[in-house]
Design a protein around this ligand. Structure first.
Ligand SMILES: NC(=O)c1ccc[n+]([C@@H]2O[C@H](COP(=O)([O-])OP(=O)(O)OC[C@H]3O[C@@H](n4cnc5c(N)ncnc54)[C@H](O)[C@@H]3O)[C@@H](O)[C@H]2O)c1
Length: 372
């Protein structure tokens, strides 16, 4: 059996959200073992969090962690970065410089300038960098992507994405740590467009294989005294002639984590919702609407468990982790990244930051069209 890769984690301490998801995802296919962490911004919390997870190698400073782990004979192979956005590139740089691969959560940074500066400092021979736009690991998303690539939809015309939530519809409780950094521009960079709009944007580019050329964005902060956007309506023009829109909102009352994408071409259309991730609607022009299911007859999407047993958010995340492991092992053997690895990379991180930057510029000019 292949030995699990040794994983470290920065962020994800007690009370944190996504660190726990990364830990589960890393274990699902048995490809990683968590062995070290700098789990929190304060020393006592970091130590307590490590103890709760049974981690003996606990650090209270990510720089010290990178240095120490790089010197150990059984030091970590890869680090997961699950801190608020403003830390991502600083932490990633330190670990890449120490020869350690990086799996970082999105968005890449708080500004396009910082993201570009970071990307410029990463050489072709640097350790690998992955970004967890987890929805791109969902089997029916990948099925849809293949259907588009094989020409089943014809020439694409419409790309309609919405990612809407309601949990920031009011000023948050100051003790809600997830809400407080997300509404602080210095820590988050942007609001709904950065937090969930970048997922919507990445999903659209991943599925269609096309990147918009122009966009016009109307960003709003509905909640008084909020300094980041909490709602965004964005129009997009593709060089192919296709047209798209993204609606990203955290004040859309009645929606929990409602990510939906509809794509239509000259020959057919697709409709997928992340709250019902095992099902994909497909209609051929003039034909009946068909429901495709994960693992069902006629679908080729990868499965861990037979169709009818739902897979969701955690498994999609796990697919990105397992593909990252495949790429890391290939690199160790001097081989290129295998073709089946679709886990987003630094390029996707830069594209996400270009998207945020263009949205901010457009909205500041009364939703003028801005070239991407
Ligand atoms: N892919 C997804 O679906 C998804 C979902 C949620 C969050 N995220 C991303 O994950 C990241 C974290 O979000 P969250 O909701 O888990 O935030 P969170 O506030 O719940 O957790 C952040 C953690 O980082 C720690 N931290 C902060 N500074 C640190 C430092 N200097 N050293 C070590 N640890 C430090 C905090 O103590 C905390 O444990 C964000 O970038 C967010 O955009 C992605």
């Amino acid at each position: 059996m292949t030995k699990p890769l040794r994983l470290g984690m920065v962020g994800g301490g007690e009370g944190a959200f996504i660190g726990g998801v990364h830990r589960i995802a890393a274990r699902i296919d048995g490809q990683f073992e968590l062995v070290a962490g700098c789990l929190s911004s304060t020393a006592d919390r970091a130590a307590r969090s490590a103890k709760a997870l049974g981690l003996t190698r606990s650090y209270n400073d990510y720089k010290k962690m990178a240095k120490a782990e790089a010197q150990l004979s059984d030091g970590i192979d890869v680090v997961a970065i699950v801190t608020p956005n403003h830390m991502h590139t600083n932490v990633a740089r330190v670990f890449l410089d120490a020869g350690i691969h990086v799996i970082c959560d999105k968005p890449l940074s708080t500004s396009l300038k910082d993201a570009r500066h970071f990307a410029d400092s990463v050489s072709d021979t640097a350790p690998l960098f992955f970004l967890t736009h987890n929805y791109s690991g969902t089997p029916m998303v990948r099925e849809a992507r293949e259907m588009i690539r094989s020409g089943l939809l014809g020439e694409l015309r419409l790309v309609q994405v919405e990612y809407v939530q309601d949990w920031l519809s009011e000023a948050p409780d100051p003790d809600n740590k997830q809400a407080s950094w997300r509404t602080n521009p210095a820590l988050a960079g942007a609001g709904a467009i950065g937090d969930i709009g970048t997922h919507a944007y990445q999903l659209a580019t991943f599925m269609t294989g096309e990147t918009p050329e122009w966009l016009a964005a109307d960003l709003t902060s509905f909640v008084p005294d909020r300094h980041v956007d909490d709602n965004a309506h964005i129009m997009m023009r593709y060089s192919s002639g296709a047209r798209g829109t993204i609606w990203a909102s955290q004040v859309a009352v009645g929606h929990e984590n409602s990510l939906r994408i509809r794509i239509a071409g000259t020959k057919g259309g697709l409709d997928w919702s992340q709250e019902d991730p095992n099902r994909l609607w497909f209609t051929q022009l003039g034909g009946q609407k068909r429901l495709l299911t994960r693992g069902g007859a006629g679908t080729s999407a990868g499965v861990r468990i037979p169709g009818g047993h739902p897979e969701g958010y955690l498994e999609a995340f796990a697919t990105l982790y397992t593909e990252a492991a495949d790429a890391i092992r290939a690199r160790a053997n001097g081989d290129p990244v295998p073709a089946h690895v679709l886990t987003p990379t630094l390029d996707d991180g830069i594209k996400g930051m270009q998207f945020i930057d263009a949205c901010l510029k457009s909205s500041a000019k009364n939703a003028a069209w801005v070239k991407l």
